[in-house]
Ligand binder design. Structure first.
Ligand code: 6PG
Length: 252
């Protein structure tokens, strides 16, 4: 696996969602066989909507043992869980309410709390309780799978260029005011992302073509391009992109 990860170009967004669903089923089956459960951090934004719809219906729904799945999030907007901007709401409505996953296995970020730091600490405690000793030597949780998207300026989860959260190396979860969106966000930190057994990026659409070229050209040392800094230390890195988003890429 090259340090840049494995890049797969799909014809369009629907094909990308189907490939992500196929991989989700495989990752889940492997994790359940290995450890009796599957821990996945969902991404926010709009790209996952099509994936959620596929996973919530046959055949993919029936290929996942949802009683063994633990769902968490890489980040959340600081809004109530029933707000249209909530990453949790999108996943709940499009997926979780339709697959019978036990409520105790849905680990929501309490981002609606007025005290953002308390929200970050609460989610950090949730992750520590969920993962127990399934952590790296440094104490970071080892998600079986982390789904991520990428913003047109290179952010991923809610790690944005120039934002202090991007450089946090001790905490699992931080709250930060994000200038680029003019709002507070709660996000897992880069060490959490880089401790995953597998990270799968999904990027579709022509508006992502420029940033994807940047991501491929920059190394993690650039320190300014969050999506390029995601390099799982002992895990797979997979980029699923559609043809429109891959327009400026020269893939081998
Ligand atoms: C969020 C996401 C964010 C998202 C990117 C891409 O809370 O918005 O976690 O990192 O993945 O902004 O979003 P799209 O899928 O809408 O392009």
């Amino acid at each position: 696996m090259s340090t840049k990860g494995a890049w797969q170009v799909l014809p369009d967004a629907d094909a990308l969602a189907a490939e992500a669903a196929r991989r989700f089923v495989i990752s889940c089956g492997e994790a359940v066989a290995r450890a009796g459960r599957f821990t996945v951090a969902l991404s926010g934004g709009s790209t996952p909507r099509a994936l959620f719809g596929l996973l919530a219906a046959s055949p993919y729904r029936d290929q996942v043992d949802w009683s063994r799945v633990h769902v968490a999030w890489g980040d959340e907007r600081c809004v109530p869980p029933n707000h249209k901007e909530s990453n949790y709401l999108l996943a709940r409505e499009q997926l979780l309410d339709r697959v019978g996953i036990p409520a105790t296995q849905v680990h929501r970020i309490p981002a609606e709390l007025p005290d953002r730091e308390a929200a970050a600490r609460a989610y950090e405690a949730t992750l520590r309780a969920l993962f127990g000793n399934d952590v790296t030597p440094e104490g970071f949780p080892r998600f079986d799978l982390v789904h991520l998207g990428v913003g047109i300026e290179g952010h991923t989860a809610s790690l944005f260029p120039g934002n202090a959260a991007l450089f946090e190396r001790s905490r699992l979860v931080v709250a930060s005011y994000v200038e680029q969106v003019g709002a507070f966000r709660i996000t897992v930190t880069l060490p959490v992302l880089n401790s995953a057994r597998a990270v799968l990026f999904m990027a579709a659409g022509a508006d992502k073509a420029a940033i994807l070229r940047e991501v491929r050209e920059h190394g993690p040392e650039s320190g300014q391009l969050p999506a390029a800094m995601v390099r799982p230390v002992a895990g797979q890195l997979i980029w699923l992109v559609d043809r429109a988003a891959a327009a400026h890429l020269e893939l081998p």
